[in-house]
Design a binder for this molecule. Structure first.
Ligand code: ZN
Length: 410
């Protein structure tokens, strides 16, 4: 049987359809990246062989080529190789148990509330847990409004919601009587966002769009490594998104609202003769980044910061005489470093506090994810920990200080 291909190559720009020129690959040679960033259950492998045998490469998970291309026309940096979606998203690893996501939904709702008088019903594209819907439906501000969710893998509480199981691309949204569209941390995952946007533009019921998008502009300048990986496959500036929606008749209605360097909220409303305020972008125009040099400089800084981190971490691991060496957290922020040469062999594992990860193996590697809390509180050996958690480092430092056998590096 022919082996199924786990990735394909992007030949044209995801926004403007311009051909992507192979001679302009960002990295001279293709790198490699694990296709997914979730953790997998190791017991699956133990059952295959005898106990604790070494894992074969296939069982660890697939790595695919990695490179970037910056479109000559619209200046959007995008990954050149796209993983099979079934593999990329096989396991939902979105941990929304933390307060950051919860507060984000709350802040988003506050913005939506300002338009409660104009909203008929809600339609949300992609929401596996329906958390924002829960919040909105339980608020007194939005009485008697229906909340439709289009989502292939819904596992939240369905009560009170109208769930349409499937992909947005496959569902007739014109029959849904809702004038307010919500897209929260979903638009950045689409391989072909223009198909989605064109479909939205053809649904003439939609008058308001509320978009929650990762603040990629903040990410690239602040060493948040969730840009240009297998899930977030493109980088755009916020003004590009504003122009993009304007080109379909959805005009930015409120100033951008930023949430903790995590998310940017945008509110667009439909206007047939829309003209974007600053760039005078006309309806239907090809959208381009306003300043190509800005984009390139941002991306250059992003990757040069990553390479510096990898260098420092590898030097630290080289010199370490601890019995065990770990990196915290067990997420894209650490996993992405593997693509840029973080020395996997010198690591004893990754650390995290998420129950969805502890005791499981990091996809594409044989590194186990251990409980950060347990290691810090109980370990009797000399341990070194690389703290790669950005804003979360400060939070975990307190607990580390109590154990003198732990060395940290950050
Ligand atoms: Zn383009």
């Amino acid at each position: 049987m022919a082996e199924q291909k786990t990735f394909f190559k992007r030949e044209i720009c995801l926004f403007c359809d311009s051909p992507l020129d192979d001679s302009q690959k960002y990295f001279e040679k293709d790198l490699e990246i694990p296709i997914a960033v979730y953790c997998v259950d190791k017991s699956k492998w133990d059952r295959v062989g005898e106990g604790d045998r070494e894992m074969g490469d296939r069982e660890k998970g697939e790595w695919i080529p990695y490179n970037i291309s910056i479109c000559n026309t619209c200046s959007t940096p995008q990954t050149l190789y796209l993983g099979d979606l079934n593999e990329v998203y096989k396991i939902n690893h979105a941990d929304s148990t933390g307060s950051i996501m919860k507060n984000m939904h709350y802040e988003f709702m506050e913005m939506i509330k300002n338009y409660k008088g104009e909203i008929t019903n809600f339609l949300e594209i992609g929401s596996s847990k329906g958390e924002l819907a829960d919040l909105i439906l339980s608020s007194n501000e939005f009485n008697n409004k229906d909340y439709y969710i289009i989502e292939p893998n819904f596992f939240g509480v369905p009560d009170g919601k109208k769930i349409l199981l499937g992909f947005y691309e496959d569902i007739d949204d014109k029959v849904i009587p809702a004038n307010t569209l919500i897209i929260s941390h979903v638009f950045e995952h689409f391989y072909r966002p223009m198909e989605i946007l064109n479909k939205i533009a053809n649904n003439h019921n939609i008058e308001h769009i509320f978009l929650a998008f990762p603040d990629l502009q903040y990410y690239v300048h602040n060493n948040v490594l969730h840009v240009l990986n297998t899930e977030h496959t493109y980088y755009v500036e916020n003004s590009f998104l504003v122009d993009l929606f304007a080109s379909k008749g959805f005009v930015l209605k409120d100033p951008l609202k930023f949430y903790k360097g995590h998310t940017v909220f945008m509110h667009f409303s439909y206007s047939k003769e829309s003209k974007e305020s600053k760039g005078c972008l006309l309806l239907g125009d090809t959208v381009k980044h306003r300043n190509r040099d800005n984009v390139i400089n941002s991306i250059d800084k992003y990757f040069s910061d990553i390479k510096s981190s990898v260098n420092l971490f590898n030097k630290f691991l080289d010199k370490s005489d601890s019995k065990y060496n770990y990196i915290f957290p067990c997420s894209i922020h650490s996993i992405f470093l593997l693509t840029f040469g973080l020395d996997l062999k010198k690591l004893s594992g990754m650390l995290d506090n998420s129950p969805n990860k502890i005791g499981k193996t990091v996809y594409g590697t044989d590194l186990l994810c251990h409980s950060f809390k347990k290691i810090v509180e109980n370990v009797q050996d000399d341990v070194s920990i690389i703290l790669n958690g950005g804003v979360f480092n400060a939070e975990v430092m307190e607990s580390i200080k109590k154990n003198p056998r732990i060395k940290v590096f950050f």
